[in-house]
Write a protein that binds this ligand. Structure first.
Ligand SMILES: NC(=O)c1ccc[n+]([C@@H]2O[C@H](COP(=O)([O-])OP(=O)(O)OC[C@H]3O[C@@H](n4cnc5c(N)ncnc54)[C@H](OP(=O)(O)O)[C@@H]3O)[C@@H](O)[C@H]2O)c1
Length: 310
C-alpha cells in the first residue's frame, strides 16, 4: 500500500472510467499525448474516497476524482484531485458531468453552434459524448439524428435521449445505402455533423452537409485500430466540399478547454439534477474485467458510459 507524502492523498478507487482515447495511449504512434510506458500503470480517471490525507482541504472519507489510473488505490497530490458533490452518483463525474459530457458540451457550444430548426447528425449516439450532444442540440431546437449500433441502441437513442430519428449503422453494407437513410432522416441536409467516429458514417454524411455546415472533430473510433491506405485518393473530393460549401471543420482535444469546466458544471449539473439531461452507464465489475470491457467498448459492446466498479 503506497503512503501519501506531504501535500498528497491516498485514495481508494471505487469507479474507473474507460474511454476510447486510451487506445491511443497503448500505441507508440506520435500523438497529442505520450503513450503509457510498458509496465507503467494504465492511465485513467477514477472516483474514490480519501483513505488518508496529508493535503490541505482533504479529509478521510471525502469523495474525490482524479487521474488514479487502473488500480485499486492511488496516491495523488491535492492539486490533482477534485472534491465531488455527494448528491449525484459518484460515477457521473466520469461521464455525463465528467470529461466526456464536457467534451460534448464544448464541441457543441464552441464549434457546433446549434441554431433552431437546423439538423444535427451524431454517431456513437448512446455513448456519453453522443448522448450529451444530442440532448443539447434538441434543447437548442435542432432536429436530431442519431447513428447507433443495433436496434436496441436506436430505440434508446430515441426513447431515453430524445433523438428525433435513429439509424442503425450495422444494418447497411454499402455506404450509399447508409447515406440514403441519413438523407431521408435529414430532408433539409445536415448543418452540424458532430464527428465521433469517422469511417463509413463520415463517408455517408459528407455529401449531405449543407453550405456553412459545422463539423466539430472529436474522435475517429472507427479508425483507432488502423486505417487502410488502399483505394482511390478521396482527398481532392473532400477538399472541394470544404471549399464550395464553406465548411467549418474544427478539431478539439479537451485538454485545451479545462478552464471552461466550471462553466460547464454551472450549466449542466442543474440539468442533470433536474432530469433535463439524462445519462446511461454500463458497469463492469472488478479491475480484472477492465481490459475486456475496454475492448468491447471500442467495438460498441457498451450501452452508455463504460465504467468499472471496483
Ligand atoms: N477529442 C477529445 O478530447 C475527446 C474526448 C472524449 C471523447 N472523444 C472521442 O469521442 C468519441 C466518443 O467517445 P465516448 O466516450 O462517448 O465513447 P462511447 O460512445 O462510449 O464508445 C465508443 C462507441 O463508438 C461506436 N463505434 C465503434 N466503432 C464504430 C464504427 N466503426 N462506426 C460507428 N461507430 C462506432 C460504438 O457505438 P455504436 O455501437 O453505437 O456504434 C461504441 O460504443 C470517441 O471517438 C472518443 O475518442 C474525444
Amino acid at each position: 500500500m503506497p503512503a501519501p507524502g506531504e501535500d498528497e492523498v491516498l485514495v481508494k478507487v471505487s469507479h474507473l472510467s474507460l474511454d476510447p482515447y486510451m487506445r491511443g495511449r497503448m500505441s507508440d504512434a506520435k500523438s497529442y499525448a505520450d503513450p503509457v510506458a510498458v509496465d507503467a500503470v494504465m492511465t485513467g480517471q477514477g472516483v474514490g474516497h480519501v483513505v488518508e490525507s496529508r493535503a490541505e482541504g482533504f479529509a478521510e472519507g471525502d469523495l474525490v476524482t482524479g487521474m488514479t489510473g487502473w488500480q485499486s488505490h492511488a496516491v495523488l497530490s491535492g492539486k490533482e484531485l477534485r472534491k465531488l458533490d455527494a448528491v449525484l452518483a459518484p460515477s457521473t463525474a466520469l461521464g455525463v458531468l465528467g470529461m466526456p459530457g464536457f467534451t460534448g458540451w464544448t464541441g457543441m457550444t464552441k464549434y457546433g453552434r446549434p441554431q433552431q430548426g437546423e439538423t444535427l447528425v451524431v454517431a456513437a449516439a448512446t455513448g456519453p459524448v453522443g448522448s450529451m450532444v444530442g440532448q443539447l442540440a434538441k434543447r437548442a431546437g435542432m432536429r436530431t439524428v442519431a447513428i447507433a449500433g443495433g436496434a436496441e441502441k436506436c430505440r434508446i437513442a430515441q426513447e431515453t435521449f430524445g433523438f428525433d430519428t435513429a439509424i442503425d449503422h450495422h444494418a447497411f453494407d454499402e455506404v450509399a445505402d447508409l447515406r440514403a437513410a441519413i438523407a431521408a432522416a435529414a430532408p433539409d441536409g445536415v448543418d452540424v455533423y458532430f464527428e465521433n467516429v469517422g469511417g463509413d458514417v463520415l463517408r455517408a454524411v459528407l455529401p449531405l452537409l449543407n453550405t456553412h455546415a459545422r463539423v466539430p472533430v472529436i474522435g475517429t473510433v472507427a479508425w483507432y485500430e488502423g486505417v487502410s491506405t488502399d483505394g482511390p485518393d478521396t482527398l481532392p473530393a473532400l477538399w472541394r466540399q470544404v471549399l464550395v460549401k464553406r465548411l467549418s471543420i474544427q478539431g478539439l482535444i479537451i485538454f485545451d478547454h479545462w478552464d471552461d469546466f466550471p462553466a460547464f458544471l454551472d450549466e449542466v449539473a442543474p440539468l442533470v439534477k433536474s432530469g433535463g439531461v439524462t445519462w446511461l452507464e454500463d458497469v463492469a465489475q472488478g479491475l480484472e474485467n477492465a481490459p475486456q470491457a475496454f475492448l468491447d467498448m471500442l467495438r460498441g459492446g457498451n450501452l452508455g458510459k463504460q465504467i468499472v466498479a471496483l
